[in-house]
Write a new protein. Sequence first.
Length: 296
Amino acid sequence: MTVVYPRKLESSLGAMSARDVMKQVVRDREIHLLTLNRYRYSEQRSCKDLTDLIEQLNGKAPELIRDLSRHISDEARHAMWLTELLVDLGAEVGTPLGSSYIDEFERLLDREYGNPQESLDDFLISSLAAINVTEKRGCEYFSGHIHALKQAPQTEENIKIRETIEKILPEEAGHVRWGNRWLAEMARKSPEHAQKVEQAKLKYAAIEQAAFVSGMDITLGAELRRVGNLLDIANNLPMWQRPQYLMERLPQTLLAPDLQRTRITAAQRAWERDPQAFMERFVPMFLSGLTKGQKN
């Protein structure tokens, strides 16, 4: 079976691993706390999404429903730990501003999950592949975050943050192994099932990569790079589904209102914090997107 891992983040400095990104994050307390709040929001939101999945199953696949219920319990506990941490640190626990990884992931879904009442196996393969690829991204960044904190000054705050993430990571890794087992079981049912599992892995990996990048790339030309990611997703769909998929999502991808809001918010914060750094760092970073686009 194909093993799909999240791809590195492409930037003007080249490909950046999770460790590279988190090394920069932990150096800036404001960005660090915003990142922790995004973790909290993602864990909280996943409880809702997994509950929706259970309701769609409506009693079918009881073993999976049992596992999903345990999964919800884990995610709720992670959200509680992160909320307690942020409140103790005096940080915000509201809905994060800017582009939402979860919202973008859901926008890019092809909605071909199917109907569990008509084709249960197809529904399960799609659902499990979508969950699995997002859990892998979470593990990658939690691991990178822990590594960065071990290299950072061992302040009381950094130690407290690291200990919280170290409690979460093993359970998230367990979710990845759980998803791998379920997908492997589905693939063993028949050659047709195996092919569907492989296709689902590639499709949802492309969707996840596009959603992840959308929240990280706010530089000039990001709209066109989003279109390129949209084409990558379409290439993993059946030929007859591609035109409709692209036509439904192309306008919002090009206009990208969430991207414009994120740019404005980031520029305002950078200017308010340090006008000189805004001119020396933020503006060149923003313009670097042109160079990135030419390289691609």
